[in-house]
Design a binder for this molecule. Structure first.
Ligand SMILES: Cc1cc2nc3c(=O)[nH]c(=O)nc-3n(C[C@H](O)[C@H](O)[C@H](O)COP(=O)(O)OP(=O)(O)OC[C@H]3O[C@@H](n4cnc5c(N)ncnc54)[C@H](O)[C@@H]3O)c2cc1C
Length: 489
């Protein structure tokens, strides 16, 4: 299946499958670089039709996502329709609310944004370049990876068409049809781990005159050990809540089959939220129960002619608020890879070729051309280790959100962490901070997180308030354990 390399030039025919968040931003990014892109999207155009309810209505946008939006000149427009969330507001079953700031100070926050509004903006911006064409109600039902041909179905018209493109990029989400076909190739590794939890979207409506009935600038969490409810603010004063609950077991979706059981469950477990959810039972039975999956696969690229990106390549569970941010960061990295190869005018390609020939890898391609294959290879090498890291971090963060945020030892460690951030600015950086407020590699955030766990554990032993920590020891631990890592990558 080794074919001539497809040159990295503006005439390349590029087809994207999936015009969701990542697909529409990628179309915009490629179009701004002068490539002509056709995007095939399964659903109708969301700018002119109703979006189905219950599918992560709002999302947390943070530094990595903002950087990618900035590259295409959209940071300002997007942040105008987002709401800053400065920390977690913890709601116990009884007792006072507790606010845990996300960042080292008020300059660090995440942003609640409507999925639909963001997607519509990206579609329109991509279209306005005149280099991106969107084809709606075109569901990819198969890809012939040998001929680079796509089979598309218009479910409305019961019509099937086939087309070929030099490059096909799958941005078709966690259940990617493109990935499904790649799975059949020898050497393609694929793991899909379903979480035994489901999620359901619910709502807290706006108060009088479109006011927010609970703190507007926070991500609200009702942690309950084996399950939790969260809520993110919307611009119209409402909150979108998401219940994360096991599918089976004592407290689970299978136990919530009647109106009474739902009302009873919410009244008992989330009394303050329940008081603000007049339509809880209707919403509960109307909205679908979603499932969550971690996808790790590779390589994402077949012979420089097809590529997976975003959730199609690396779906993760939503507990670090990073799925979209990570998909947007893919685009930043892909842009860098394209720029590197364009700038090298092929020399980088030749250098590599010589190196690989030396290593004995079989080669068959056009001399001197800089090709998409090298772009995609570089992209995969740069991203895989990082998408694997955030996938693992997201699973770990689930335990933290549902279980630990109310635990006294965890709260002490968080308070000590805050003190260290203030005492050693720039030197002590938390795992959460590295993931959410920087563009440092996710893999580095994961390694650093293991070190900060050790430091916090040592400093918190035998104390009960953050004021009691031994600052000399803290300095030594940070400088000997954390600083060398942060300096190296
Ligand atoms: C409950 C929940 C909360 C989340 N919260 C956050 C958060 O706070 N922050 C964050 O960064 N991320 C969050 N995420 C993750 C985020 O939603 C995803 O990472 C992001 O949507 C991935 O974008 P994508 O474009 O790759 O895939 P998708 O958004 O799934 O888009 C895929 C697109 O492809 C289309 N498509 C699918 N199959 C086909 C086909 N065969 N042919 C043609 N088109 C097709 C779909 O219709 C869709 O438009 C959350 C996810 C969930 C489930």
């Amino acid at each position: 299946m080794t074919e001539p390399i497809i040159s990295l030039n503006r005439e390349t025919e590029i087809a994207l499958v999936g015009g969701g968040l990542v697909g529409s931003l990628l179309a915009l990014s490629l179009a701004r670089r002068g490539f002509d892109v056709d995007v095939y999207e399964r659903r109708p155009d969301m700018r002119t039709s109703k979006i189905s309810a219950g599918r992560s209505i709002n999302l947390a946008l943070s530094t990595r996502g903002i950087k990618a939006l900035n590259t295409v000149g959209l940071e300002g427009k997007v942040l105008e329709i987002a709401i800053p969330m400065r920390g977690r507001m913890i709601h116990p079953v009884k007792g006072d609310l507790a606010f845990q700031q996300y960042g080292k100070d008020d300059t660090e926050y995440i942003n609640s944004i409507s999925r639909g509004d963001l997607n519509k903006l990206l579609l329109s911006e991509a279209e306005s370049t005149k280099h991106a064409n969107f084809h709606f109600q075109q569901k990819a039902i198969g890809i012939d990876l040998f001929r680079n041909a796509l089979e598309l179905e218009n479910e409305n018209k019961n019509e099937i068409t086939t087309l070929a493109a030099q490059i096909i990029i799958g941005t078709d989400g966690s259940a990617s049809a493109i990935r499904n076909d790649m799975k059949t190739l020898p050497g393609f590794s694929n793991s899909e781990e379903q979480l035994d939890y489901g999620y359901k979207e619910l709502a807290i409506p706006a108060g009088k005159k479109n006011t927010w009935q609970i703190e507007k600038h926070a991500l609200h969490i009702w942690p309950r050990g084996t399950f939790m409810l969260i809520a993110l603010p919307n611009l119209d004063g409402s909150f979108t809540c998401t219940l994360f609950l096991p599918f089976e077991g004592e407290k689970s979706f299978e136990k919530l089959q009647t109106r009474e059981s739902v009302v009873d469950f919410f009244k008992t477990e989330f009394p303050d939220a329940f008081a603000l959810m007049p339509d809880i039972a209707e919403d509960f039975f109307e909205n679908p129960t979603g499932s969550m999956v971690t996808v790790k696969c590779g390589p994402w690229n077949v012979e420089g002619r097809s590529l997976l990106l975003g959730d199609a390549a690396h779906a993760i569970v939503p507990f670090f608020g990073q799925g979209m941010n990570c998909g947007f960061e893919d685009i930043t990295v892909l842009e860098q890879c394209i720029d590197n190869h364009t700038a090298s005018g092929g020399s980088l390609y030749l250098e590599r070729r010589q190196k690989r020939d030396h290593e004995g890898a079989p080669r068959r391609f056009k001399e001197g051309s800089s090709g998409w294959r090298w772009v995609f290879d570089d992209f995969y090498r740069a991203r895989k280790v990082n998408s694997d890291a955030i996938a693992d971090l997201a699973v770990e963060n689930f335990t933290e959100m549902r279980d630990k945020v109310g635990n006294p030892r965890f709260l002490l460690e968080k308070a000590v962490e805050k003190k260290l951030q203030n005492e050693f600015p720039g030197e002590y950086v938390s795992r959460y901070g590295l993931v959410t407020f920087t563009n440092r590699p996710y893999s580095l955030a994961m390694e650093a997180g293991h070190i900060t766990d050790e430091i916090l554990s040592e400093l918190c032993t035998g104390i009960s308030t953050p004021e009691e920590i031994d600052l000399k020891l803290a300095k030594k631990l940070i400088q000997t354990k954390l600083s060398p890592l942060l300096a190296t990558k």
